[in-house]
Design a binder for this molecule. Structure first.
Ligand code: TYD
Ligand code: MG
Length: 452
């Protein structure tokens, strides 16, 4: 019998050690190194079988490489297509990460049921019956989607050989195990091995593979960081579990931009694509309430109207509270300091709460002006007009700074029926004859006249 071989892996970064040590020298984390069994037997299964034999590749000059655009597989899900950069690239590996219960399995099952291609959905987490129950809620009739409950990669490849699917979905990479490695499923060496087997399969047969990955408590995809380097695309499915909206973002994309965003709404019958997010993010209240302001932001190539809510009240305790949901708390403190120093508002003894509605978080600096407007409106208890919106950054000296792609924001606001948009005086705007009034501001003090 072969000698049992063990290796030590850092569970944080995946670095390999020959003996145990307390601290990982690579990522400096303590107590993350664990022993794992790695015993490789000869790989003589599917990988060397004649029909999947290696295509020896030769070096070519760039001009000789076929530059015809790769045909992408259309998933019939506009949001998913957009985030991927226009559909699934043949032979690509995509990793979808997200909190438990956020809807990763639902999203991919739903896409499998919609796809006009032969799809194999491999689940190591749920039984075929459970998947059937879920599928019935979503879209019960589809003949091109096959469900397999299996966790051993060798068995999966055997099934793939007979079924020959056009696309393979694995739920989840942490449940898979390969015979070539002896450690348990979900361990670093198993994840690495299973992923490289899948990559090999994907590249050799040009079949795209989508993997679901669990995330750790601090939000990283469980397993070695190297996993994210190995795959072509890393998608993150996020959103507050208690909210109905879910946001799909690309963290890494070898075939497209990472600034695209897909929005879904979780319903009783699966996830619904939200193609016009602004309509949902801005609540349709009849009455005007103080502390609400609307920001014209941009995520990816899309403009989004986002509602900012602020509540300013006299502090009950000595130290005033500052809390922000969906917005950087440090930036909130900075804006409060600017208001105090430049515009003379006494906010030092007030509690300030800030919330971006819809459970999303934004890092577009153009939201600053809406935050300032919401705070002032709540502080004065005067409602802003419902058809005002804001798009500008606020600098430390209280200046209203220009933002990128202001014209796109203005046009979106106009389309949604806003009457006035507040932007920086220093933005160059060449739009003419807009139905929306473009109000130019240069300092925060200029805004006060519109509120009080
Ligand atoms: P799930 O896809 O199992 O999450 P993950 O795979 O990321 O762990 O998501 C399950 C949640 O979605 C669960 O809380 C129930 C909810 N859900 C709906 O609201 N509507 C539906 O049609 C389905 C299938 C699930
Ligand atoms: Mg799941």
């Amino acid at each position: 019998m072969a000698k049992v071989k063990t290796t030590f892996f850092c569970q944080g970064c995946g670095t390999q050690y020959s003996k145990w040590q307390g601290q990982c020298t690579a990522c400096k984390e303590w107590n993350t190194i664990v022993e794992e069994l790695v015993q490789k037997t000869d790989k003589n299964d599917w990988q060397t079988s004649p029909n999947t034999s290696k295509r020896a590749s030769k070096p070519l000059q760039l001009k000789d490489i076929d530059s015809a655009k790769e045909a992408r597989l259309d998933t019939l899900d506009a949001e998913f297509n957009r985030v991927l950069g226009g559909g699934i690239v043949p032979g690509s590996l995509t990793l979808l990460g997200g909190e438990p219960g956020i809807g990763k399995s639902t999203l991919l099952l739903q896409i499998s049921l919609k796809l006009p291609y032969k799809t194999l959905y491999v689940s190591g987490e749920e039984s075929q019956k459970q998947i059937k129950m879920r599928a019935e809620r979503i879209n019960p009739d589809n003949d091109s989607c096959y469900i397999l409950t299996e966790t051993k990669t060798q068995n999966i490849f055997k099934q793939i050989e007979t079924l020959e699917p056009d696309i393979v979905i694995i739920d989840s990479i942490q449940t898979l195990h390969s015979d070539y490695i002896e450690s348990s499923s979900g361990s670093i060496s198993q994840i690495k091995e299973c992923t490289s087997e899948l990559i090999k399969f994907a590249k050799e047969t040009a079949t795209p593979v989508i993997l679901i990955g669990h995330i750790t408590k601090d939000g990283h995809i469980a397993g070695p960081k190297i996993l994210e380097h190995m795959v072509d695309t890393v998608l993150q499915f996020e959103g507050d579990r208690n909210h109905v909206f879910r946001i799909l973002r690309a963290q890494k994309n070898r075939f497209g931009s990472t600034s695209e965003l897909g929005i879904y709404e979780m319903q009783g019958s699966g996830l619904r694509e939200v193609s016009n997010p602004s309509e949902i993010l801005v609540s349709k209240k009849e009455e005007e309430l103080s502390g609400n302001a609307i920001a014209a932001t941009i995520e990816g190539i899309r403009s989004l109207m986002i509602e900012v809510q602020a509540l300013v009240s006299t502090a009950v305790y000595g130290t005033p509270q500052r809390s922000a949901t969906g917005f950087n708390a440090k930036r909130l403190n900075m804006l409060l300091a600017v208001l105090e120093k430049r515009a003379g508002f006494r906010l030092g003894a007030k509690d300030v709460f800030l919330n971006i509605t819809g459970g999303i978080s934004v890092d577009d600096p153009a939201i600053d002006l809406a935050v300032v407007a919401a705070i002032l409106s709540s502080n004065e208890d005067v409602a802003l007009q419902r058809d005002f919106c804001f798009a500008a950054e606020v600098g430390l000296s209280g200046e209203i700074r220009p933002v990128q792609r202001v014209e796109q924001r203005i046009l979106e606001a106009e389309k949604l029926g806003f009457s006035t948009i507040f932007v920086s005086k220093y933005n160059t705007i060449s739009l003419k004859d807009t139905a929306i009034k473009i109000q130019l501001l240069s300092k925060v003090e200029d805004l006060i006249g519109f509120i009080v």
